[in-house]
Design a protein around this ligand. Structure first.
Ligand SMILES: [Zn+2]
Length: 70
């Protein structure tokens, strides 16, 4: 787990698998507190972020460098 050198993000464009649509969907998640991230072992880019949002601790996933297809 690492910590951004830059300011903590205020919002994250998280990605999740929509099992009904069978596709990846994006959702902007507001960040109340930022608690670091986990990096992809292949591209070393952030893969998930540990945050507090709407009073709950959550792990939100983002597309790292090597899963970007577009
Ligand atoms: Zn990656």
């Amino acid at each position: 787990m690492g910590i951004f050198n830059m300011d903590s993000p205020k919002e994250i464009n998280s990605v999740f698998w929509d099992s009904k649509k069978k596709s990846w969907e994006y959702k902007i998640v507001q960040v109340d507190e930022y608690h670091g991230w986990t990096e992809c072992q292949y591209c070393n880019k952030p893969m998930s972020h540990n945050i507090k949002t709407e009073g709950e601790f959550k792990v939100v996933y983002v597309k790292c460098g090597c899963t970007r297809t577009d």
